[in-house]
Design a protein around this ligand. Structure first.
Ligand SMILES: [Zn+2]
Length: 395
């Protein structure tokens, strides 16, 4: 049927006269009560042409559930899209942005969001949380709205996002652990986290049986942060003193944060020039770089002695941000050394890998104006959630 030039396919569905309607709750065939006026659902487009279902459902009289609207295999509640269409949109929304999905299938952004939300809710309800041995607890900073707390499963064979919550307080993490449930939490053997105090408190209190490891990724990012702070300070000092070099140092930001061996070509020459200079940034960088050696130890004792020696050097560096990191490392020495006690059971890359994927999703998500949309998108892309079974068999 063409209406105002726009092609559309209208599928009018009729009840089979001989087959009684079913109760949506118990699926028992029930006597009819009355027929309601027709409703419309959008269905997956066919050959790019918008497609609609029209059907006036019966109300049936179930001996157990009373007078209810009959079961329709493509419908849930008062939704205006078929379950098949929602599953279809959600599938594409994992491959493209929500905006692109909306444009490609000529639906609103809101429809894509609702479809993904429905898929995610189903997945969360039906996921299996057994065998969770290693947890990663992470936070990300999100725009102006502040922090989010994330709980990952970081077991070798299963890495996924388990929970997200706003802020990074003790209450946030407690809420997350409550939602995972006691059975899951009491089975955890390893926890990996940052040095953030509220997290440390809650982990001690709630997951005390597990070996708590401060993870390598977060320690490295504290060190990088300190180097960057030293560099920023030095850039403004150089500029204020009218000496050259400030601009050069400013441009080297990313190369200074990388591992030296990963910087190549001309940039490497410029980097070496900075590192062999007397700049404070050079000293900060060398200290950061020398810390890498820490992770190569096998014995807790040797690692501990290295850590002490490194912190002493750092405290003599006269670089405030570096000294701050050294103090933090000292304060948490036992938890940091747990890394060596975990003997490779906790992967150093797991939290970092998931953290990077989260960043990709939040960045791609220019449409996520609300926290709810972001939450749904993250579960959708990183939760490894089961999907609702298809309502339709095609052959
Ligand atoms: Zn019933």
């Amino acid at each position: 049927m063409a209406e105002g030039g726009m092609a559309r396919i209208d599928v009018v569905i009729r009840s089979h006269g001989q087959i009684p309607g079913k109760c949506p709750t118990c699926r028992r065939p029930c006597p009819g009560y009355d027929r309601m006026s027709a409703r419309t659902w959008s269905q997956v487009p066919l050959w790019g042409i918008a497609c609609y279902y029209h059907f006036g459902p019966m109300r049936v009289d179930c001996p157990e559930h009373g007078i209810v609207v009959e079961h329709m295999p493509w419908n849930e509640g008062k939704r205006q899209m078929t379950l098949g269409f929602m599953a279809f949109l959600a599938m594409w929304a994992r491959r493209m942005s929500w905006m692109e999905t909306a444009r490609a299938f000529k639906v609103s952004w809101e429809s894509v969001f609702r479809s993904v939300e429905w898929t995610v809710s189903w997945g969360l309800k039906h996921r299996v949380l057994t065998g969770v041995k290693a947890l990663g607890i992470d936070e990300i900073h999100r725009g102006k709205t502040g922090f989010l707390t994330l709980i990952y499963q970081i077991d070798e064979g299963m890495r996924r996002l388990l929970w997200i919550g706003p802020k990074r307080t003790e209450a946030t993490l407690k809420a997350g652990l409550d939602e995972l449930g006691n059975t899951v939490v009491s089975g955890v053997e390893f926890v990996c986290s940052d040095m953030w105090k509220p997290y440390l408190n809650v982990i001690r209190e709630r997951i005390g049986q597990a070996l708590h490891v401060l993870d390598r990724f977060h320690i490295a990012s504290h060190l990088s942060g300190a180097v960057d702070e030293v560099r920023r300070g030095e850039v403004s000092r150089l500029n204020a003193a009218g000496k050259g070099g400030g601009e050069k140092l400013k441009k080297m930001r990313w190369n200074l944060l990388k591992k030296r061996s990963r910087v190549r070509g001309k940039a490497r020459q410029r980097l070496e020039a900075i590192l062999s200079s007397k700049l404070a940034t050079a000293r900060a960088c060398m200290l950061k770089e020398s810390f890498e050696h820490f992770w190569t130890y096998r014995s807790v004792g040797h690692a501990g002695r290295f850590l002490d020696a490194w912190c002493r050097r750092a405290m003599r560096s006269r670089l405030k941000p570096i000294k701050r990191v050294a103090r933090m490392l000292r304060r948490h020495e036992p938890l940091i050394l747990n890394w060596f006690r975990a003997k490779g059971e906790v992967s150093s890359g797991a939290v970092e890998g998931l953290n990077n994927k989260i960043r990709v999703t939040t960045r791609r998500a220019y449409g996520f104006r609300t926290y709810r949309a972001l939450e749904v998108a993250l579960y959708h892309t990183l939760g490894k959630l089961p999907e609702p079974p298809p309502t339709h068999r095609f052959c």
